[in-house]
Design a protein around this ligand. Structure first.
Ligand code: AGP
Length: 615
């Protein structure tokens, strides 16, 4: 996700801003920029100087090396594109029509299209295709000489998530920030002040910060800061002492990016759903599919291609699409699809699911499908990457950059997009009634808070990791929508702890795996409340009858399963259709804690790359 920084004080702003961007690079980004109020001394009026570059930070550093931006007030950003491809024009900062106000933003403005339409009618001129730019024109619209007042009024018009830093050439003595749904911290030192998305950006200058809460606006001046709420009431804020070093701060105190990203899943799903559910709650809004609408209404088959974890998401997608939209769905591993001479035609939709957007086999499979006349939809986490660029349409997950090689928040965000797509198609093809769609949307919107609850209790998982981290293997069993969850749980433990594991459809036990059962092969059984619960319970009893060890994942208040399991990990009660969004999390954590016990290199497992860009 994006990272922003602001500085005001006695020192030149540019070096501080560039150093801060360097500290935020770990977040993943695709363009950078900074704005400095060039004070030129008393003789001439100050002017806003802005430099932006697509690509890596060194592109911006080279651009300003020749002619540094002079001034002691500035803002900057590393941008992770969500709306508007990653290029120089879309990079932040953005400025208003007068060139007097500049702004950087981290977040998503849900209602930016309607705001932009109104602003264009009022004569505002836009330069970029970003959602962010509407913010700076809204501030310009309300500006009457007090920047924080204009920010306050502008933010009342906005729906979505934001952390912003704003400066004006008419008020060189202040740096204004505000947040809702995206983190923002502030800090003041001797005759200077800072704003930043998170702590690493400021650690070289201060160890004491103020954490802003949602709907708070801060005015930073050299050596002081004032925080108010959106109603203008001044608030008292505690200073927080930072005890992390930079490496710890990048992981926000988590020991590994993987654990941080497991905990980011509630927010990743909220961001992915944001702006895509009608206020009436009975309709999914996916403008990115507008151009395909006619085709989607009449297509006759879907083939989903992907690799690894994305393939598991695809398998879940098959269940949800077929059961709710009644359209045939095939799922293929990309490396198989591209060589099997697949049967598809102009009535086929090929969906490519990929976190990185660069997986060679999936890109090749997509190209193969295009030559055979299929329409291509991609589900991807990286804006402007190769696979979306080669697709007819793309639905982006908004999980933010996924740093750990083992995919977690991207997986659940891919599922979230597949649920949105299922409900969208269900409405478009009249396979689901509006009341049914509304019932399912309300359940989908509950998931982030269910995940937060689930992430609070890890005691049983830690106990299982302590007991079984020496095991020579694991078996994961699931049925229907949670058969792919079994595959995903097995992959997680394999790729980060190097213990062999197999995911199986539980109904397959009698066809082979039951021969493996022994006390040294723990069996993880994914058995939430579902139509196949009793079948899962029978499988569990078969395992226990043969002295197997059973770790069950079950729905809270399940009174039967504890009698047949060695350990039970509970998930909150949720409709069966959405259970894969929850059942996978204990398996992610189990793999993580076992790998940690084994001293493995969790974020960068041996032999693995985050994106497999070669065959
Ligand atoms: C998942 O934890 C692995 N890192 C790997 O299987 C990954 O899912 C696969 O390589 C696909 O990557 P993509 O989603 O970027 O296409």
């Amino acid at each position: 996700m994006c990272g922003i920084i602001g500085y005001i004080g006695k020192k030149q702003a540019q070096p501080i801003l560039l150093n801060g961007l360097k500290r935020l690079q770990y977040r993943g980004y695709d363009s950078t920029g900074l704005a400095v109020l060039d004070d030129k001394g008393l003789r001439r009026a100050p002017s806003l100087r802005i430099k932006k570059r697509a690509g890596k930070l060194n592109m911006l550093e080279t651009a300003v090396a020749k002619r540094p931006l002079k001034g002691k007030l500035g803002i900057s950003q590393v941008r992770w594109a969500t709306h508007g491809v990653p290029n120089q024009v879309n990079a932040h900062p953005h400025w208003d029509c007068t060139g007097k106000i500049a702004l950087v933003h981290n977040g998503i403005i849900e209602n930016y299209e309607e705001l932009k339409e109104d602003l264009l009618k009022q004569g505002h001129k836009f330069r970029s295709e970003t959602d962010t730019e509407v913010l700076v024109h809204l501030i310009e619209k309300f500006y009457r000489g007090k920047l924080e007042k204009a920010v306050q009024q502008a933010l009342k018009e906005v729906r979505g998530a934001y952390a912003i830093a704003v400066i004006s050439k008419d008020e060189p003595e202040k740096l204004v920030g505000a947040r809702f749904g995206s983190p923002l911290i502030a800090s003041v030192g001797k005759e200077e002040g800072f704003l930043a998305s998170d702590i690493p950006a400021l650690l070289d200058y201060t160890k004491e910060v103020v954490l802003l809460e949602d709907e708070e606006i801060v005015v930073v001046t050299p050596g002081s800061l004032v925080v108010r709420n959106l109603q203008g009431k001044t608030l008292t804020k505690e200073k927080v002492k930072i005890r992390w070093d930079v490496a710890q701060a990048e992981k926000e105190g988590f020991p590994h990016f993987m654990l941080k990203e497991i905990h980011e899943q509630p927010q990743a799903i909220r961001s992915t759903l944001m702006g895509r559910i009608a206020e009436s709650k009975d309709e999914i809004v996916l403008p990115e599919l507008k151009s395909l609408e006619g085709f989607l209404a009449s297509m006759q088959k879907i083939i989903i291609i992907s690799c690894g974890t994305a393939w598991h998401a695809a398998l879940v997608g098959k269940y949800m699409l077929e059961s709710n939209v009644r359209i045939p769905v095939e799922v293929d591993i990309s490396s198989e699809f591209r060589y099997r001479d697949p049967i598809l035609d102009k009535k086929t939709l090929v969906v490519a699911i990929t976190q990185s957007g660069e997986t060679a086999d999936t890109l090749a499979g997509l190209r193969e499908a295009k030559t055979r006349g299929a329409k291509i939809l991609s589900i991807c986490n990286v804006l402007g990457s190769s696979i979306p660029r080669a697709s007819d349409a793309v639905i982006y997950t908004h999980a933010g950059p996924e740093i750990a090689v083992a995919s977690t928040k991207a997986y659940t965000s891919q599922l979230a997009v597949l649920y949105l797509f299922t409900l969208y198609l269900g409405g478009l093809r009249k396979a689901l009634s509006a009341p049914k769609i509304k019932e399912l949307i309300l359940e989908l919107e509950r998931i982030p808070q269910c995940l937060e609850k689930l992430l609070e209790s890890k005691k049983i998982i830690l106990e299982c990791a302590r007991r079984y981290y020496h095991s020579f293997g694991f078996l994961y069993l699931g049925r229907t929508l949670n058969f792919p969850t079994a595959l995903e749980g097995a992959l997680k433990i394999k790729e980060i702890s190097y213990i062999h594991a197999e995911g199986y459809g539980a109904g397959e036990m009698k066809h082979g795996p039951i021969a493996l059962i022994n006390p040294r092969l723990p069996v993880v059984c994914i058995a939430p409340e579902s139509r196949v619960y009793d079948k899962m319970l029978s499988n569990i009893q078969e395992i226990r009858a043969r002295k197997g060890i059973v770790i069950s994942v079950a729905t809270v208040d399940d009174k039967r399963i504890p009698h047949h399991s060695n350990h039970v990990i509970y998930i909150p009660k949720v409709k069966e259709l959405f259970s894969p969004l929850l059942t996978v999390v204990p398996l992610q954590l189990l793999a993580y804690y076992i790998a940690a016990k084994r001293g493995c290199d969790i974020d960068q497992p041996k032999n693995l790359a985050k994106s497999v860009t070669v065959e």
